[in-house]
Design a protein around this ligand. Structure first.
Ligand code: AMP
Length: 248
């Protein structure tokens, strides 16, 4: 529901229009409860009206999505018709050339259902590392010199940074960048590596503050041109609030 405010230019796919008109094929987005909750919390932390803010929320968990929130409304998000689209995730591939599906089907005689299942359950950082979908294991692997864990981490943070850059363009600016969910709240390396691509925005990470885990904290320096925060998500609370509002 939170992503229903996206404009057509953000939710339409480049396929024949009839698939939208007749079947409703479009970007819907996911993690809306979390993106809404976290953007509202960020406005509170900044002491500003959310109506005046452009916020990029990076919900990085086993599933991962990035959303551009302008004036309190979702204007673009990385997941699509299904949660398979967008950023590479724990076991989901995220974006890929659809022609790869035809190649694998021809090579291995797999059905479409089998391939989509492989893209959902055996891909992502798990598929690249060949080790784990859990970032704690990837960090351990990196510490032990495992190159495949390192490249999996690099693909993940590079893609996160590309989505952030895309959403700065979508909103023509950004007032705050926020990390949330299992990885976003707990993994300083993911946050630091992602932000290492954002020097052009004047983003500067405070390494001491970035060491904290699972807390609401500003992780950018005072000099950083764009503040970066960790804001723990609370989807249960957001759902309870929505339910109360509906019941009233
Ligand atoms: P979520 O889907 O939001 O519950 O996130 C779950 C994921 O968070 C796990 O699969 C891990 O990859 C990640 N995670 C949880 N704790 C940590 C931690 N201490 N350091 C790095 N990643 C973590």
């Amino acid at each position: 529901a939170f992503h229903q405010t996206m404009p057509e230019k953000a939710f339409l796919y480049g396929i024949p229009r009839k698939y939208y008109d007749e079947d409703g094929i479009r970007r819907y987005g996911f993690h809306g409860t979390s993106h809404q909750f976290v953007s509202l919390e960020t406005a509170k932390v900044l002491g500003k009206d959310i109506k005046d803010l452009k916020i990029i929320v990076c919900h990085l968990g086993n599933g991962a999505s990035v959303t551009a929130v302008k004036g309190g409304e979702s204007v673009d998000t990385s997941m699509g018709l299904t949660p398979l689209e967008g950023l590479i995730m724990g076991t989901r591939s995220g974006d890929l050339d659809p022609a790869i599906i035809e190649y694998i089907a021809n090579k291995e005689g797999k059905t479409l259902t089998e391939i989509i299942s492989m893209l959902n359950k055996e891909s992502g950082v798990y598929g690249i590392s060949g080790k784990s979908s859990d970032f704690r294991d990837l960090n351990k692997g990196i510490a032990e010199g495992d190159k495949r864990c390192e490249i999996a981490m690099n693909v993940f943070t590079y893609q996160a940074a590309k989505f952030i850059g895309g959403y700065v363009a979508a909103m023509n600016g950004v007032d705050a960048i926020v990390f949330t969910a299992g990885v976003g709240e707990n993994d300083p390396k993911v946050r630091k590596d992602t932000c290492s691509h954002l020097g052009y925005l004047g983003v500067e990470i405070d390494d001491e503050a970035n060491k904290l885990r699972g807390e609401e904290v500003k992780i950018s320096t005072e000099n950083s041109k764009v503040p970066v925060y960790v804001v723990p998500t609370n989807e249960e609370l957001a759902i309870a609030r929505e339910t109360v509002a509906l019941a009233k």
